[in-house]
Design a protein around this ligand. Structure first.
Ligand SMILES: *[C@@H]1O[C@H](CO)[C@@H](O)[C@H](O)[C@H]1NC(C)=O
Length: 458
């Protein structure tokens, strides 16, 4: 995303490292989190964040010449995926200056549009690191995860997402030795959309068939996608919020091609469940629960708690329920209950909830077909990486989160109304032009025994 520059050329002679650029020193912003015990005592972990590789400057290993500019790979350095991986280096990031990513204390702020010295950056995706070269792995069966979030500066069309994906702990260097950059440089991304816009997958550049996006000057798509289980703890703006398990028929990060990626009309033929089983309070019929001035008041910070309950009440049980509660101004707010006729009045996600909701909303239940909560629990038990991001949506303007979607549905069609944003809102060109200074703040991340990460007093 950074355009060509000559500023760093004096360093070029010193760049002998394969596929790791050294023109900008990579220093991960510190983001300490807490691990809490059943007794309620919490200890601090010295974690930090790294920026996803896709956002980074990719240049020749021997100079500052770009290997990728705008939405195209350089044909000389990148005639094919393997050659590109050996010719090109991912460089360190200027987090605040180029990407609008700032950490202070236990808080991380992600700014939407950043006009840096070399480029205009849109959104970001970061991952929590346990060490300089390894992601923090979360194993949350029979545990809970909590964080504070400030969405007051996230309008319609934006999504501040905090979620878990089953990436490799080392970013893929162990399984794919041609990847020398690894977790330190944010490699190895995957999710249940099996995204094709990832520049390097399985140690090779995704140059085969790479086509620039018609609407996004910084993005393109290649032949391969990168798939894995995904647990969306939080996808939200100031108007709507959802939490959503999504599963795949495969475990770990898997490169897909063809039908397996589930593109377009083949959405329900792929190896991952792109829809997931979401709980969005507005969509589930409570239109006064979440939003500015509402029960969960998005004009100010609040705590989001997600609990992974197992069938046995032990860490070795099968995931049976995903519960949600909020804490704001010291008061615990139980999640809203479903008000949808035909869906049991539940406030949490279970396989029964998913089946009833998909039936009533007339949605395809690929979540259940690919294994439902038991499959989600498999990934949550093996360990997942935490992603913190802010993004806009070039494929559906985020209307699936915060508006009426499909837009042709009447807003009283069950399942179509997801929030109060206009069906004309969320066009990336509009939000980038009109709300560039939007941002999200994540803070106070904790995990541990159920009930251990938040206070019920006050
Ligand atoms: C929405 O949730 C709030 C808080 O739980 C509750 O007081 C209210 O009655 C709910 N509204 C509807 C329509 O269910």
């Amino acid at each position: 995303m950074i355009s060509k520059t000559t500023l760093f050329s004096i360093f070029a002679a010193g760049v002998s490292a394969q596929q790791v650029g050294t023109l900008t020193t990579e220093t991960h912003p510190a983001l300490p989190i807490q691990s809490c015990s059943a007794a309620g005592t919490c200890s601090s972990l010295s974690t930090s964040v790294t920026l996803d590789a896709n956002w980074r400057w990719l240049h020749s290993t021997s100079s500052s010449t770009n290997c990728y500019t705008g939405n195209a790979f350089d044909a000389t350095y990148c005639p094919d995926g393997a050659t590109c991986a050996s010719n090109c280096a991912l460089d360190g990031a200027d987090y605040p200056g180029t990407y609008g990513v700032t950490a202070a204390g236990n808080a991380l702020t992600l700014k939407f549009v950043t006009n840096g010295p070399y480029s205009k950056n849109i959104g970001s995706r970061t991952y929590l690191m346990a060490s300089d070269s390894k992601y923090q792995m979360f194993k949350l069966l029979n545990k809970e995860f909590s964080f504070d979030v400030d969405v007051s500066n996230l309008p319609c069309g934006l999504n501040g997402a905090l979620y878990l994906i089953e990436m490799d702990e080392d970013g893929g260097t162990g399984r794919f030795p041609t990847n020398k950059a690894g977790a330190k440089y944010g490699t190895g991304y995957c999710d249940t959309q099996c995204p094709h816009d990832i520049k390097f997958i399985n140690g090779e550049a995704n140059v085969d068939g790479w086509t620039g996006s018609p609407t996004d000057v910084n993005s393109g798509t290649g032949k391969y996608g990168s798939c894995c289980h995904e647990m969306d703890l939080w996808e939200a703006n100031s108007i709507s919020a959802a939490y959503t398990p999504h599963v795949c028929s495969v475990d770990g990060q898997v490169r897909c091609e063809g039908t397996d990626c589930g593109d377009g009309d083949l959405r329900y033929s792929g190896i991952c469940d792109k829809d997931g089983c979401d709980f969005n309070s507005y969509r589930m019929g409570n239109k006064t629960f979440y939003g500015p001035g509402l029960t969960v008041d998005t004009k100010k910070k609040f705590t989001v708690v997600t609990q992974f309950v197992t069938s046995t009440g032990t860490d070795s049980g099968t995931l049976s329920e995903i519960r949600r509660l909020y804490v704001q101004d010291g008061v615990v707010i139980q999640n809203s209950v479903s008000e949808i006729p035909g869906v049991t009045e539940s406030s949490s996600i279970s396989d029964d909830f998913c089946t009833e909701q998909k039936t009533v909303f007339n949605d395809n239940n690929q979540f259940s077909k690919l294994g439902g909560l038991a499959a989600m629990g498999g990934a949550i038990g093996r360990g997942m990486v935490l992603a913190l991001s802010v993004w806009d949506d070039h494929s559906a303007n985020m209307l699936w989160l915060d508006s009426t979607y499909p837009t042709t549905a009447s807003s009283d069609t069950l399942g179509a109304a997801r929030g109060t944003c206009a069906t004309t809102s969320g066009d990336p060109a509009d939000v980038e032009a009109n709300s560039p200074d939007s941002s999200v703040i994540y803070s106070n991340i904790k995990f541990g025994a159920i009930g251990s990460t938040y206070s019920t007093t006050g």
